[in-house]
Write a protein that binds this ligand. Sequence first.
Ligand code: CO
Length: 231
Amino acid sequence: MKKLKSLFESNAAWASKIAEANPQFFPTLAAQQAPQYLWIGCADSRVPANEIVDLMPGELFVHRNVSNLVVHSDMNCLSVIQYAVEVLKVKDIMVVGHYGCGGVAASMEEERHGLIDNWLSHIRDVYYSHRKFLGHWEAKPHQIDRLCELNVVTQALNVCNTTTVIDAWSRGQELNVHGWIYGLGDGLLRDLGFTVGNKDDIRSTFNEAVELIEAKGERIEGHRCDLECTH
Ligand code: CO
């Protein structure tokens, strides 16, 4: 039977390194968690939440799924948001996508991928909402990157529209929702211009963020590469 011994050894070394630097670290953390942030990101192994923003255990509450989706009826994600907002009282929720997201690319493929296609159809909905801008789908890298960005701001919009977040703002609770995207090629996060801190700003901020993304439109046709592209 394979027991993945090497991972247990790595874990023991990691725990002793942290305990050596701060003997109270684990006992303090075991007593309570008080993260300021909820990270909703892609399950992709190249986008590890804590490492990217250099935060320690206890500092980031994390929910990850394929292509960082926030589906209106997904009890898993909605429960995470409720717990984060109402119990942990996080101050910021960030939806973090990444360029070159395999789920985003797969959502537009004609071939069947099995059960996951039902999940990915939420991204296909994002494409249809923006098909005038994205144009006829040819799976160009620039098209995929713009769809990755539009997917992030749409999911951030969905976070804003959850009952949990609306209720928190109605109570006057301090809470901001952000839309970010991560570059696999350079390890850097980019702000997509979506930050909402109250109910009245949801739609206008979403529209502005979409305009910012659409302003990059010529890159789809022009194949102009820059830091925001993954190729
Ligand atoms: Co992904």
